[in-house]
Design a protein around this ligand. Structure first.
Ligand code: ZN
Length: 629
């Protein structure tokens, strides 16, 4: 193979780490670690031996030089003479050996790398190695697949003890850690890396493990209702979004699915996705799981659906989904190849889940944003209020489904929001409304908030108004919102965790303007639609409220040049005076922005307004004629 590139040994370590990290069959999302031993000058210019090792929490695939803290090797090696050391003692000791005192915390497996005499050491959690190492007799499986010169260490949690045991086996060609992974080494970068590839290839062939990936469910999937119910059940405490891997249907349908659910292919997976998978034959399985383990499951195998994963944000859900795919398939491969598997006992799993070092990592995570795990649909999101509301809700942690007839504008809104789903179409078409609901469920597993914002301006004196213009305004500004209300209802009911419907009406609902009939009548109807939704939804915890803004010009498609000219004429002013005119006639004398509306919507979408339904919130700067009544 080609030489591993780099100008310095540290650069070559970075290159080697990236090669390993980009191979999904070797490590996933932050798993594994690599190191090299080199010579560096200390603060007095003395040349000293240094271990450069991946920092805890960084990812091999995207590693850079700064992700490899250095430790003075000659300060580490005397530890081999110690009989034992707790995690806390070890971490404190490592802290004293740092080349850069403020560098990233070195890997928990630092001493394992330090004690091995070879210059370069690689440690991976390769699926195929784990499939071997989880065999009923790992020693025999490794001997047969990889040869006599590869040693096996029985399971022990990473830390000081494991480092010493591996060091004792330095005369072997490599070491397999039962229920954990592989350790290889070499004088050169190439030697260590090539040995990893060779052993993983041999293991792959032996256990007949095929490539592992995640498959999206078909969009016409019929299990939507079941997913929505599941999301509701999992979200009773904190809101969760779901991700689904349809590729695991075969595994979820196996007779021995309970066996697969009870194991993980590596303890690393326990930390990332929890120790156990829930087999979802019915929703009661979630209750039983919660009673047994004290928390709702994060990973589920659902016969007929595949693997379902829950998290407070969709990125975490997708990472967990990939980890679960590797964990479940590797376990299945072990069972298929060896007729059974060996796995950690319940106390060992608990020991790993309660590992103080890893819990400390979780404790330092930032607090979840207000709308974490929630899913919001915003219509008319291509511009104006809709765009501002969408961006604001996303900033509060909500997952966004955006709909609008203006595809170009919608894509622009979506481009500013991570993981947003954008659906282009006409909301007066019931088939499109169905697609929007299905799109939300397919992307995130359900819905919590709908912001009914799509609308058009419609003007003209009654005597002169075309019949079609009247009908079009009622259709877009009122009927489309009924179509969506009706279709979101069963989703909210199945979830059983309430929901918030926010109707963007207008100051015109209470204070109409002459020549603005088709718009004002539709907006008044929208307030009444909201009230009926509040009346009918209360028993299910579905709250419905309206926001009545006035005169929001920035970024608005509604305020076309034509409309400006018309309304300016109606008020006897010039078109370019219209912003100032609207601002000055309000009690507060200030212009109203889309962000003011977004603030009101966020309040109504959140639990802060949990006691509020059937309410109209004005965002108009104060217009006495438009006070709600
Ligand atoms: Zn490991």
């Amino acid at each position: 193979m080609a030489a591993i590139p780099g100008d310095t040994e540290l650069d070559r370590l970075v290159s080697r780490s990236r090669l390993i990290g980009s191979d999904r069959s070797l490590v996933l999302h932050g798993g594994g670690n690599t190191s090299t031993k080199l010579v560096e000058a200390d603060h007095l210019g003395r040349e000293r031996r240094v271990l450069r090792i991946k920092g805890s929490g960084s990812d091999l695939a995207t590693a850079e030089r700064r992700h490899f803290p250095g430790l003075w090797l000659d300060d580490l090696l005397p530890l081999r003479e110690r009989a034992e050391m707790t995690d806390e003692e070890m971490v404190a000791y490592l802290g004293h050996c740092m080349v850069e005192p403020d560098g990233p915390r070195p890997s928990i497996e630092t001493l394992l790398h330090a004690f091995l005499p070879a210059t370069n050491v690689d440690h991976v959690h390769a699926d195929a190695i784990c499939a071997l190492a989880n065999a009923p007799d790992p020693h025999r499986a490794v001997r047969e697949a990889l040869g006599d010169d590869v040693a096996v260490v029985d399971y022990i949690r990473p830390g000081f003890g494991l480092s010493k045991r591996v060091a004792d086996l330095a005369s072997a060609r490599a070491v397999v850690l039962a229920h954990h992974g592989l350790v290889t080494w070499g004088a050169s970068n190439e030697e260590s890396y090539e040995l990893t590839l060779e052993l993983v290839a041999r293991a792959t062939q032996y256990v007949e493990l095929s490539e592992i990936g995640v498959a999206s469910p078909a969009t016409d999937s019929t299990d939507t209702d079941e997913l929505v119910r599941l999301r509701g059940r999992l979200s009773r405490g904190n809101r969760q979004v779901l991700a689904v891997d349809a590729g695991q249907r075969t595994i979820a349908g196996r007779d021995d699915v309970e066996l697969i659910a009870a194991a993980r292919s590596t303890p690393d997976h326990i930390l990332r996705i929890g120790g156990r998978t829930c087999v979802l034959r019915d929703l009661d399985a979630v209750d039983r799981f919660e009673q047994t383990y004290g928390a709702v499951p994060r990973v589920l195998l659902a016969p007929g659906i595949g693997c379902v994963v829950a998290a407070a944000d969709v990125r975490t859900a997708r990472v967990r989904l990939e980890l679960a795919a590797h964990s479940h398939r590797t376990t299945a491969a072990t069972i298929d190849r060896f007729g059974g598997s060996s796995w950690l006992s319940d106390p060992e799993i608990d020991d790993f889940e309660q590992w103080p070092l890893e819990l400390a990592k979780l404790a330092s995570a930032p607090p979840a944003p207000e709308l974490a795990g929630s899913i919001a649909l915003v219509t008319g999101a291509a511009s104006g209020i809709g765009r501002d509301v969408a961006g604001d809700l996303a900033g509060r942690g909500a997952h966004l489904v955006l709909a609008d007839i203006d595809g170009e504008g919608l894509l622009e809104t979506a481009s500013g929001i991570a993981d947003a789903v954008a659906l282009v179409g006409d909301l007066t078409d019931p088939r499109f409304v169905d697609r929007v609901i299905a799109g939300a469920v397919a992307a995130f597993g359900g819905l919590d908030t709908v912001v009914f914002n799509a609308g058009i301006a419609a003007t003209g004196a009654l005597a002169a108004l075309g019949d079609h213009d009247w009908q079009r305004s009622i259709e877009v500004n009122l009927t489309s919102h009924f179509l969506l209300t009706k279709r979101v209802w069963p989703v909210l009911q199945r979830q059983g965790i309430g929901g918030s419907l926010v109707y963007i009406s207008s100051k015109n609902a209470f204070a109409p303007g002459a020549g603005f009939g088709p718009y004002s009548v539709a907006k008044a109807g929208l307030v009444q639609l909201m009230r009926i939704a509040a009346l009918e939804g209360g028993a299910d915890g579905i709250r419905a409220n309206a926001v009545n803004p006035d005169a929001i010009f920035a970024g608005s498609k509604l305020w076309s040049d034509e409309l400006r000219a018309q309304r300016a004429a109606a008020h006897g002013i010039e078109p370019d005076e219209i912003e100032r005119f609207y601002a000055s006639r309000s009690l507060l004398g200030r212009a109203v922005s889309g962000n003011d509306v977004a603030e009101a919507v966020a309040f109504l979408a959140s639990e802060r307004s949990q006691a509020t339904t059937g309410c109209v919130l004005t965002v108009d700067g104060g217009v006495p004629a438009a006070f709600p009544r």
